[in-house]
Design a protein around this ligand. Structure first.
Ligand SMILES: [Zn+2]
Length: 113
């Protein structure tokens, strides 16, 4: 359900952006979804596909870019890929690690027609 409200938010944002530019439609939109953002990229994509009908994004190219989770170990400074939030350092199994990427959920580009 979370993904549904995010999809609605993205459509509203695109709508406002189009109005600002007095554009009738959006050509392309790119949304970045981090693996650690708490947003299920696949669920978000299907929610968006369902909701764009009759919206400003109906004919737009929708790109969803997934960014991998990145962590940095507080003990040994190793940077590693984090598959989930509670991942520990693969080198020293240390926890907690600092999250240095993959938490973002944002619209990175929007092309109006
Ligand atoms: Zn470590």
């Amino acid at each position: 359900m979370h993904e549904f409200s995010l999809a609605i938010e993205v459509i509203n944002l695109a709508q406002r952006e189009a109005e600002k530019n007095m554009a009738g439609s959006i050509q392309e939109i790119t949304i970045e979804v981090g693996d650690l953002s708490g947003v299920e990229a696949d669920a978000f994509e299907s929610a968006l596909e369902l909701l764009v009908k009759d919206s400003i994004l109906e004919n737009a190219d929708i790109n969803i870019v997934r960014t991998p989770g990145k962590g940095k170990c507080n003990a040994c400074n190793l940077e590693f890929e984090m598959k989930y939030r509670m991942a520990t350092c693969p080198q020293c199994q240390c926890f907690p690690s600092e999250i240095s990427g993959g938490e973002e959920f944002r619209v990175v580009s929007l092309v109006v027609e």
